[in-house]
Design a binder for this molecule. Structure first.
Ligand code: GLU
Length: 378
């Protein structure tokens, strides 16, 4: 299979991590590198692409500007450091893009802004307007207000949600490594770079260790999470090294990277929303028969549910897992956790009798269900 070309994309989200942007010794922005990246972005922009940037670095930069001592920061310290760093970060992006005649627009979002329908639509229309005006949105988490419950914490997943929210067709994660390896290359000299991943299977997840560098929150695990969000919503993703000058040009020239391909058929907007934008509040573990039914496009019935986990309300997003607990998909559940527990394993007629109402028969209706998970990789 030949990989898609960079030139074939219409809307590209580029995520830049703190460890690339900030020199860890000096605590300052690596300006030459950033200027080279901005030149790459300008080139794509000139070719008519919409480009969005998701940039980390506010905490790292704030920390050095405030001359804070080394060591872990408490949440409120990170937030205060981000307040200082974000101003500097926005200014630098505005300068480097401005040098190419491109306006940069700062967008700070929280988890809620990509989850709650109204805020999601708001954020999306602001970004659309910026793109229409040919500006480049520069996006980061709103670290100063994001409390534990409403924060992403890592910009890999934030970037994936931004990509799906804006119907981008490509997400590029620039990393300190040039892609996904069969094993961590730092410990295993035989590790091989995987050029293309057609489905994020359990094997792929297993390759992703947990390593994160000092400055970045992510590591490979959150990149794989990002790949799941992006590819199940119709966005291709790639991981490439940002350690070189002109990293986007290197990708265009066929440099090393890992592509995560999305299945050809784009899912509907509703399913995209379910798959990529909602934080799951619980889990339904289902039996093998139900797994087969779901994969055949059917709804999830109470009878197929073996276990109910978490506290969720009717209409919340839940993760659906097979008997071996591997993720099968995500959906909006028709019952709250308590009622789901009461009717699990029961026929739909029994379920109606138990609940004393003739509610909907399905635990998750197929229109509210996105089935992803492992596909055959032929
Ligand atoms: N939002 C954080 C920052 O700008 C970074 C999160 C991350 O690196 O994933 O400092």
């Amino acid at each position: 299979m030949s990989n898609p070309k960079l030139t074939s994309f219409r809307r590209i989200v580029v995520k830049v991590g703190s460890s690339l942007l900030i020199d860890s010794a000096a605590g300052e922005v690596r300006e030459d590198w950033l200027k080279a990246l901005a030149a790459d972005i300008a080139r794509l922009h000139q070719d008519g692409k919409d480009v969005l940037v998701v940039s980390s670095g506010s905490i790292a930069l704030g920390r050095s500007r405030l001359k804070l001592p080394a060591g872990a920061l408490k949440l409120e310290e990170s937030q205060a450091a981000a307040a200082v760093g974000q101003i500097a970060l926005a200014r630098i992006w505005s300068e480097v893009l401005g040098a190419h005649g491109i306006g940069a627009g700062q967008i700070l979002v929280t988890l809620q802004d990509t989850e709650e329908r109204r805020r999601y639509l708001n954020a999306r229309s602001t970004i659309s307007k910026l793109l229409e005006w040919r500006a480049v949105p520069v996006i980061n988490e709103n670290d100063t207000v994001a409390t534990n419950e409403i924060r992403y914490g890592d910009n890999d997943r934030l970037a994936a949600r931004v990509a799906t929210m804006t119907s981008a067709d490509l997400l590029i994660l620039l990393s300190d490594i040039d892609g996904l390896y069969t094993a961590p290359p730092s410990v295993n000299p035989n590790a091989r770079l995987i050029p293309v991943v057609v489905a994020v299977t359990a094997d792929v997840e297993a390759m992703a260790g947990a390593a994160a560098s000092e400055l970045s929150r992510g590591g490979m695990r959150t990149k794989i999470e990002a790949a799941k969000i992006a590819t199940s919503a119709g966005t291709h993703m790639l991981i490439a090294s940002g350690k070189i000058a002109h990293p986007l040009q290197a990708i265009a020239d066929g440099g090393p990277c890992t592509w995560f391909l999305t299945p050809a058929n784009p899912v509907t907007a509703r399913k995209r929303w379910i798959a990529g934008s909602l934080e799951p509040k619980g889990t339904l573990v289902i039996d093998a028969g139900a797994v087969a039914a779901l994969r055949a496009g059917k709804s999830l019935l109470p009878a197929g549910v073996i276990r109910v986990e978490g506290q969720f309300a009717r209409g919340d997003a839940v993760v659906v897992r097979g008997p071996d607990t591997h993720e099968i998909g995500r959906g909006l559940v028709a019952y709250d956790a308590e009622n789901a527990e009461r009717i699990k394993g029961r026929s739909s007629a029994d379920a109606a009798a138990i609940l004393g109402v003739s509610g909907r028969a399905e635990m998750i209706h197929r229109d509210d269900l996105v089935v992803g998970g492992p596909r055959s990789t032929d």
